[in-house]
Design a protein around this ligand. Structure first.
Ligand SMILES: [Zn+2]
Ligand SMILES: [Zn+2]
Length: 392
């Protein structure tokens, strides 16, 4: 689609997108429980001409639209739909009607924008080439996440690229943030249990002190990032829990600690995981104890394809008021990786900062709010990049 055509269509649909967003904002649902949200999305898509609607999982929705002007690539666009277990503290007419559930990450905006994009493309389908797939995804906030379930249900069959985005409440309106390569981190959790031998505090020689051994392991693990990773690679190992012992006069039999691992590549992720187990095991053995190691993989890193990003940048530069910047990867997790692991994809950040009384709030905050004008920029991205890629 041409820029002028996109601008007119986006202006026209914007009030409807705001209305959709406010409805969704008032009726948030938690991850894997998006029953009314997905039904609402189906209802809106069904009245758009040319869109075939399917339900790959219980609470996700997929719309498919064929351009009528000829063959081209198949481009999918993804919006997540879930809310968070947070009591909203924003006084607006559209505030959450559901106690202790709130759209505090902006997924209501993502869903509404993608509905707007579906409507615009449906109206323009006579002149479009290729095919467009609208992925309304459940459960982004809770691993293992909804994206992987949708991929397993076959939603990427025949899809060439997937486009995703996140509205950022902490970035200025008009900002479009691009990254090449990994844009979010793998985020995993782990626990280590040290099993020693209990005894009286006055007779340590008869015991195997799990607490003292665990303390040594915790300090040894600090060597992994500083000594086992290349200084040019990044990774995080944070030990955030430690439990052992109850009494003043008993040497504890067990100690357990755990924490979080973040990495931008599989190599770093696996190095950190292996070293945690190896160091814990060997230090424990040296003192006569044994360990149990539990590691849980979270989301993989989201990967932005190197060949797509220059096309995305060039396409976005057609909108002169947008401020495009390349940023470093973030160390948060995002399950869009389930899509970007399968086909070359692109995921960007869209500034949506809205000040209230001189303040603004981060994602997952009870006072979180987004700027509704940012929906126009999200739609400009989806519409311009998807229709450009469909012609490649
Ligand atoms: Zn979130
Ligand atoms: Zn989010």
């Amino acid at each position: 689609m041409k820029v002028e055509q996109i601008e007119t269509a986006v202006e026209e649909i914007h009030p409807q997108v705001i209305a959709w967003r406010r409805h969704l904002h008032a009726h948030p649902e938690l991850s894997f429980e998006e029953v009314e949200t997905s039904a609402y999305v189906v209802e809106q898509l069904q009245v758009m001409e040319g869109i075939e609607v399917t339900r790959p999982t219980k609470t996700s929705v997929v719309g498919r639209l064929k351009g009528l002007a000829g063959a081209g690539k198949t481009i999918a666009m993804r919006a997540d739909m879930d809310a968070l277990p947070i009591q909203e503290d924003v006084d607006e007419p559209y505030r959450s009607k559901n106690d202790s559930v709130m759209h505090a990450c902006g997924h209501d905006g993502h869903t509404s924008m993608l509905l707007g994009v579906a409507k615009v493309l449906s109206d323009a389908r006579e002149n479009l080439v290729g095919e467009y797939v609208f992925l309304f995804q459940h459960a982004e906030e809770v691993p293992p996440g909804g994206a992987i379930e949708m991929v397993r249900a076959g939603v990427l069959n025949g899809v060439d690229h997937v486009l995703g985005m996140h509205l950022w409440s902490i970035e200025k309106l008009g900002k479009m943030q691009l990254t090449v390569g990994p844009m979010s981190a793998a985020s995993d959790i782990f626990d280590v249990k040290i099993i020693g031998k209990s005894g009286h505090a006055s007779a340590p020689d008869d015991a195997i002190d799990a607490l003292a051994i665990a303390a040594q392991i915790v300090s040894n693990l600090q060597m992994i990032v500083s000594r086992s990773l290349s200084p040019l690679q990044s990774g995080v190992l944070s030990i955030t829990r430690f439990r052992s012992g109850e009494a003043y006069n008993v040497i504890p039999q067990e100690a357990t600690f755990g924490g979080s691992v973040r990495a931008l590549t599989e190599e770093v992720r696996e190095t950190i995981k292996e070293k945690i187990e190896q160091i814990s095991d060997m230090v424990a053995k040296a003192h006569g104890a044994t360990i149990e190691f539990h590691y849980e993989y979270g989301y993989d890193p989201v990967y932005n394809d190197e060949t797509l990003m220059p096309i995305v940048e060039k396409t976005l530069r057609q909108f002169e008021d947008l401020e495009i910047e390349y940023i470093e990867p973030m160390l948060g997790g995002e399950d869009f990786s389930a899509f970007s692991n399968v086909v070359p994809s692109c995921y960007i950040g869209v500034g949506a900062l809205k000040e209230r009384d001189g303040k603004y709030y981060p994602h997952h905050h009870p006072k979180f709010e987004i700027h509704e004008d940012a929906f126009k920029n999200g739609m400009r991205y989806f519409l311009s990049v998807a229709t450009t890629l469909a012609q490649q």
